[in-house]
Design a protein around this ligand. Structure first.
Ligand code: NAI
Ligand SMILES: N[C@@H](CC=O)C(=O)O
Length: 385
């Protein structure tokens, strides 16, 4: 290659490397707000040059600018009147009709370069779009478990669409709020290990509840506090019923090579039928219906000299089958899965190399900041250097 051509190629490479990934954020609640705050903190740093936020939407409004939005101003625009948002050099913040959001999103992301949708919603409709975006070559980074943690058909569609579109699916934040759980399972298998079993606490809110519930104050008051702290799902019954943990266990199992259907996970719910039957708006007033049963469960565990922990278990047998279950257990105080504090998830993984003593991974398993960091770690991995 001549020096001139090599120089042109080099300049082209340098431009390709420098082009920021174009990012759309869906959801501006607990997690989405923290994503915007973290992006705002990157302004003027090398990390800030690697991503360009072009689209932000929630259920009510959309802000889009193909030239790039200011994350700080976008955050303020969603949580204060636009006029009060401090200016930071963005000329064209456009409020669009939220109904046009899906089409607007793909158009604003454009056709070229690295395009990423961050899903910080708990929306079934948005999860239903993941495979379509991936098939178009748009990467998806998600905190929402409804993509990979529901039906096996949807999980397979996501894998197939990513392969077809040459796109990546960033799922670190779906289990353990970004703890290196999925990554560890994948790396163990890439190194030739078979995963034998996984067990532990996979819910940050339930960890927090059973770390602090004292059997004296009403359990329902702790549920309200966990919701205010941003640890629960938008509807706390998704946590209390074990549904959120079922989804996480399905995501882990499938990543471990066990293609379970949702119905194959045995789930013991903490939600009584009368609470399960209510509309979302009626839930808060009815939370005290949890109190008597939980007080009794706590007293029994205390008498037995143990602690309550909401545990997920996946056990593989030698014939290729697997058992999966989720529910409240009484564990001895010194049980390896009973430790941790706050929202800590604590998960043990048994594999070929970790046969007797499992690999243990522990850390905060819910919360806006850790989840936003997990999402943006995936964004940076996809955006490249
Ligand atoms: N809160 C936490 O600690 C963690 C949450 N997650 C997941 O993150 C997701 C978001 O959780 P939160 O922020 O706590 O919920 P949230 O209820 O605070 O926020 C949800 C946001 O999504 C928006 N939204 C809903 N449907 C939409 C649609 N069709 N298009 C655009 N926006 C839409 C809502 O307007 C709202 O802004 C959930 O899937 C949750 O499971 C994952 C790990 C930890
Ligand atoms: N509601 C979830 C949030 C993270 O996924 C939990 O409690 O773990």
């Amino acid at each position: 290659m001549s020096a001139v051509i090599a120089g042109v190629e080099h300049a082209r490479d340098a431009r390709a490397v420098a082009a920021p990934a174009r990012v759309a954020l869906l959801g501006t609640g607990t997690v989405g707000r923290a994503v915007l705050a973290r992006l705002a903190g990157w302004s003027g740093t090398p990390l800030g040059t690697r991503v360009s936020l072009v689209h932000v939407a929630n259920t009510r409004r959309v802000l889009a600018d193909a030239g790039g939005l200011c994350p700080r101003r976008a955050g303020a625009a969603f949580h204060a009147r636009l006029a009060e948002a401090p200016a930071c050099g963005v000329d064209a913040l456009q409020a669009q009709d939220a109904k046009a959001e899906r089409y607007g999103l793909v158009a604003t992301l454009g056709q070229l370069g690295t395009r990423i949708v961050i899903d910080a919603t708990a929306s079934e409709a948005v999860a239903g779009q993941h495979a379509q975006w991936l098939a178009q070559g748009i990467h998806v980074v998600t905190a929402c478990k409804l993509g990979q943690g529901t039906s096996l058909a949807r999980w397979r569609a996501i894998q197939a669409a990513a392969a077809h579109g040459g796109s990546q699916y960033g799922d670190s934040a779906t289990v353990g709020a970004g703890l290196p759980l999925l990554r560890s399972l994948r790396e163990l298998q890439a190194g030739g290990d078979r995963i034998h079993a996984v067990a532990g606490v996979l819910s940050g809110s339930l960890a927090w509840l059973f770390n602090y519930y004292d059997g004296l104050r009403p359990f329902s008051a702790f549920v309200r506090a966990a919701r205010v702290a941003g640890y629960t799902e938008p509807d706390p019954r998704d946590d209390l019923s074990g549904e959120d943990v079922r989804r996480k266990l399905l995501i882990l199992a499938r990543a471990a090579g066990v293609q379970l259907e949702a119905g194959e996970v045995e789930v013991s719910s903490l939600v009584p039928p009368q609470l399960a039957a209510l509309s979302a708006g009626e839930v808060d007033a009815a939370l005290p219906s949890l109190d008597a049963t939980l007080r009794e469960r706590f007293a029994q565990a205390w008498k037995a000299g143990g602690k309550l922990r909401f545990i997920a278990r996946l056990e593989r047998d030698a014939c290729g089958g697997a058992q999966a279950r989720v529910g409240l257990e009484t564990l001895a105080f010194d049980h390896p899965l009973a430790g941790g504090t706050g929202t800590d998830n604590r998960v043990a993984i048994w594999s070929d190399r970790y046969r007797e003593q499992p690999l243990l991974i522990q850390g905060p398993g819910a919360g806006a900041q850790v989840t936003a960091a997990g999402l943006l770690d995936d964004v940076l991995r996809i955006a490249g250097r």
